[in-house]
Ligand binder design. Structure first.
Ligand code: UD1
Ligand code: CA
Length: 457
């Protein structure tokens, strides 16, 4: 099937009371419009067009070349928005899948079912509908005595009888491309909002003798349209619940699903335990038998098996097997922690490779470093990586032992199996197996305290 998607994303989203275009508000850590676009692309669409308007540059740069963009300078309604796409889709021969950028929860399965119904019924248009317990705010699907769809009535235009209908328009439709465009010239703005409604195409087709079909999804939650912050929170909560159910079904323990947020893209292996307050976002991959949390946020982090990460914020880094991290640790981009590394409390690691079995037990900053295997970094040690202009690397060989409270002034190399005395400021390379002490010698003045010392006080 030849399919082009058309996503409406030009509206300001007045009810959000935001300077950010509505469709860029995030759900599960991703902009709503991005979720919609990725879902349609997973269907294997031939072309994807996004209508942008309010905050158009922002939306376009966020989606950065992943679709074609068309401007709708004035937001005169959803019908007007679709019309803007005629120059790029007017010649397209196939099915046009129309969606709104503010329905981020729609699933690939429902869109597939919509397309299947559309092609098997041979309808000019097929609407994805849902039965909503509370249909307030949505367009209502009006059917005739035979049960055929005849038109859609918007909330603001409906009479009480129409508004009592609980079958709603999800704002997602499949159109026969050849039938769609001629209808748009017949739209009128003679309605409560003074706008051109795409929903009026239904009555136009039916009146012309064309067939309009509907596919009702059995999961009304996925058609939630986000128009307000309240609905944004609702969407987040539905997405969270959906993912938690998927993970628990696949063998992941979630101690408190209410406070555990795992983005749809994230994978978590079986027998891993997620403690309360865990947030897993972006391209995060967690292996089996790990323990994550409590109170841990990981964004784009890959973790192997049997690792324990608690009270930690980590982003854009990799953690291998049997590693334990936390509490109160910050793992910054380009950090790789190899097997059995131990990172204790109040440690920050940035842009560093940390070898097998190495330990940073407490209160350290290790940045721009290559640390070998079996290294012990004493409490309070820091890499002095920045000279005010550029960052330099610190290299620490296998088996090295760095005493507490040392400053390793980069660029510097600490050799294999060498020792650094506690409190040292190391500015020169330390050879393999050497001891380096870089601190002032202790002076002891015996009987320095006299009767006079006390009198002065
Ligand atoms: C729309 C439907 C309604 C449906 C609901 C589902 C119409 C007239 N109504 O109502 O039947 O139940 O979606 O969520 O279509 N947009 C533009 N340009 C515009 C106006 C809107 O691009 O000029 C975009 C918005 O950015 C948004 C989408 O179209 O992503 C829907 O617009 P919105 O104002 O949210 O429509 P609803 O009132 O929710
Ligand atoms: Ca909406």
């Amino acid at each position: 099937m030849n399919i082009a998607s058309l996503i409406l994303a030009a509206g300001k989203g007045t009810r959000m009371k935001s300077k950010l275009p509505k469709v860029l508000h995030k759900v599960g850590g991703k902009a709503m419009v991005e979720r919609v676009l990725e879902t349609v692309q997973s269907l294997g669409t031939n072309k994807d067009v996004v209508i942008v308007g309010f905050g158009g540059d922002e939306v376009q740069s966020y989606l950065d070349g992943r679709a074609e963009f068309v401007r709708q300078e004035e937001q005169n309604g959803t019908g007007h928005a679709v019309k803007m796409a005629e120059p790029v889709l007017g010649q397209f021969d196939g099915t046009i899948l129309l969606l709104c950028g503010d329905t981020p929860l729609v699933t690939k399965e429902s869109l597939e079912a919509l397309l299947k119904e559309h092609s098997s019924s041979g309808a000019a248009a097929t609407i994805l509908t849902a039965h909503m317990p509370d249909p307030t705010g949505y367009g209502r699907i009006i059917r005739n005595e035979d049960g055929h769809v005849v038109r859609i009535v918007e909330q603001k235009d409906g009479n009480p009888e129409e508004l009592a209908v609980q079958e709603v328009n999800t704002g997602m439709y499949a159109f026969d491309s050849k039938k769609l465009w001629p209808c748009l010239d017949q739209l009128s703005d003679d309605n409560a909002q003074g706008e051109l409604y795409i929903t009026d195409v239904v009555a136009i087709l039916v009146n012309a003798g064309d067939k309009v079909s509907a596919y009702m999804t059995d999961n009304f939650e996925e058609s939630l349209g986000v128009n307000s912050r309240l609905q944004l929170a609702e969407a987040e909560s539905i997405l969270k619940h959906r993912k938690n159910v998927e993970l628990m079904t696949a063998g992941v323990t979630i101690i408190d699903p209410n406070s555990t947020y795992v983005a749809p893209e994230v994978t978590v292996g079986a027998d891993t335990i997620l403690h309360p307050g865990t947030i897993l976002e972006g391209n995060t991959i967690i292996g089996e038998n790990c323990e994550i949390g409590p109170h841990t946020r990981l964004t784009n982090v890959t973790i192997g098996n049997h690792s324990i990460i608690h009270f930690t914020y980590g982003h854009d880094c990799e953690i291998k097997d049997g590693v334990d991290v936390g509490p109160y640790v910050h793992l910054r981009p380009n950090t790789v922690l190899h097997n059995n590394v131990h990172i204790g409390n109040f440690v920050e690691v940035k842009n560093s490779n940390v070898g097998v079995g190495t330990k940073f037990p407490h209160l350290s900053y290790i940045g721009d470093s290559d640390v070998g295997a079996g290294v012990n970094i004493g409490c309070g040690t820091i890499t002095v990586n920045y000279d005010g202009k550029i960052k330099h690397r610190t290299i620490i060989g296998d088996g090295a032992f760095v005493g507490c409270n040392s400053n390793l002034v980069a660029p510097v190399t600490i050799g294999n199996y060498s020792y650094v005395g506690a409190g040292s400021t190391i500015t020169k390379n330390v050879p393999d197996k050497a001891l380096a002490v870089g601190r002032s010698k202790q002076i002891v003045k015996e009987n320095w305290v006299t009767e006079d010392t006390f009198k002065k006080k």
